[in-house]
Design a binder for this molecule. Sequence first.
Ligand code: HEM
Length: 456
Amino acid sequence: MTDDSRHQPGPKTPVGDFSVASARGGVPLLGHAAQLLFKPLDFLASLPDQGDLVKIRMGPWPVHVVCHPELVHRLLASDRCFDKGGPLYDRLRDLIGDGLASCPYAIHRRRRRLVQPAFHHTRLPLYATVMTRQIDETTSSWADGQVLDLRNELTGLATRVLSRTIFTADFSGPAIAALIPYAELITSKLSWRLLWDAALKGVPTPGKRHFTRTTEELRSAVYTMARRYRASDTDHGDLMSMLLSARDDDGSGLTDAEIFAEVVTMVLAGTGTVPNTLSWAFHSLAQHPDIEKRLHSEVDEVLGGRCATWDDLPALPLTGRIFTEAMRHFPSDWLVTRVTTEDTEVAGLRLAAGSVVAYSGQVVHRRPDVYPQPDLFLPDRWLDTGRKPPRGAFLSFGGGARKCIGDKFGTIEGVLALSTIAARWRLEPARPGRSRSTSSSRRSARPPAMRLVARG
Ligand code: HEM
């Protein structure tokens, strides 16, 4: 059956084990843009009740959202058929070239093989040392009673962590100096900038010129670093050294342009997610004093007010579960898209080549059949009871060949930061009334501001 004949608005149509539907509430021209703009989380969470594969429309563009874990698993397992693509990725490629997160299937396998050693488990203790130092500095600079936009504050921290895990050589100062403002620019404005540029293709605007100039400054700094690292012929124990030493079977390595694309990719992929998860975790802890109390006993016993290190990680299991539950409850990516490279079938529905298909943690993580009482923040659901979520059901790091390469890096950073902050500070909502209304389920796209209360 074809897309048009099956996707009629209204009740879902069962096909074999799965059902397809068109999302309710679409309007001519805008489609579901209003729901996505004003109530994205409620809208996405409502999709599984409508079908296992649900067509939504972003303006005129149809997007097929895969709502059943088994279908998500099949999507992620077929990265050749469901490839990265679309106008945003095209624009990103114009700007930085092909990086691991955005490159097409045709070059992904080689690139992943070359970048993977930089995230090998033997490198992680070194990266954790950088994290500990930055977390210590940041959390020691805070003051009792201070009100924080926690996500912004932690984005600054994650950017410093990442720039200092990419470049540790003693001559890295200029590259770090170029990287930090660039990271701020892309983490705060990138999606808008790319959308805007894609819409105004070929039209020079001041914003576009500024963006291009800052990109070129960073490109030049990275090229200079690549030259100096090669000349120093030393393993500095950082990401840059690993990217430079990566070799293909034929002995060739990454070019300077590819290294630049990977540096920007790391910054893009690695600086937004941990702060987002942490700020929602603290928001949830403020709503659940019982869990907060248990966390405080764990970190007081293990850390006693000092900053957490790599060696402390095994002694912080509750902190780890809180971080995982925050990733489930508040996934960073709401809608992750793929484009079909050939005619194919999903849930019995024929999709033509070029169709946009998407998965979302916000959809699957809210299914009560997979996560009982999905709207509750329950870290102990991750206690090792021998029952893991089914495949395709935990999407915080994606899955298949395009699964997050920084999953361990991000989790270590998250657990070190969460435990250290909790050991030193209690965070309470800066505007308690407003926060209570968001207690059990997330209604807002942005975590509210928090006030610091010194502990100990
Ligand atoms: C809690 C933290 C993190 C979360 C929740 C997260 C989430 C994700 C997700 C959902 C994807 C898959 C996107 C897709 O299917 O298209 C992904 C891919 C990726 N992530 Fe992460 N990420 C985190 C931390 C990091 C860090 C710290 C880095 C780098 C330092 C990183 C680098 C990447 C890269 C390079 C990819 C693309 C992998 C590929 O296509 O082969 N991530 N991440």
